[in-house]
Design a protein around this ligand. Sequence first.
Ligand SMILES: [Zn+2]
Length: 191
Amino acid sequence: MLSGLLLLLRTRGRKAILTIKMRKKTNCLYCGAQLSRKFCEGAVRLFCERCKEPIYENPIPATCLVVDDKKRLLLVKRSVEPKKGLWCLPGGFMELGETPEQAALRELKEETNLTGRIGMLLGVISNHSDRYNTVLMIGYHIKSYTGTPKAGDDASDLAYFDFDDLPEIAFESHKKFIRIYYSAYISDIFL
Ligand SMILES: [Zn+2]
């Protein structure tokens, strides 16, 4: 069942109302029984009385990528909610069976048409999400890539931006990875 969360946003001085659909688990995935909430193993959790076990909920792992041409940062414009229309790093959710590195390079190919090589892990950040509750964001730097940049999948556009003249970035975790990269690496290694 979907329940709506109304958010009042201010964009460029104008107010806009955006409805974010947040899915809630109401029934057990395994037996179909209605779920209750119960204090179990140190926290209030969803619980299936028929299966007699809690429904564990965990952060969703996702990757994002710092891609630069030494002086400018590659960003993609989101074509889907959440944060549709805002710019962010290329990236997305891991699929089952993938390593984080495979997920990162697949998302890079899907959203930018670039085939890349991972240079380094920038960090791992837990990020609140109105839609997914908590996202575990894994940030990588791409050290080399080939191909002609072309927006695809969840991206409607892409562009290189000067590090000191970036647009509004959609996600806090992406902002942190950009800061980590810029402050810790680019000044010492790449310039
Ligand atoms: Zn059940």
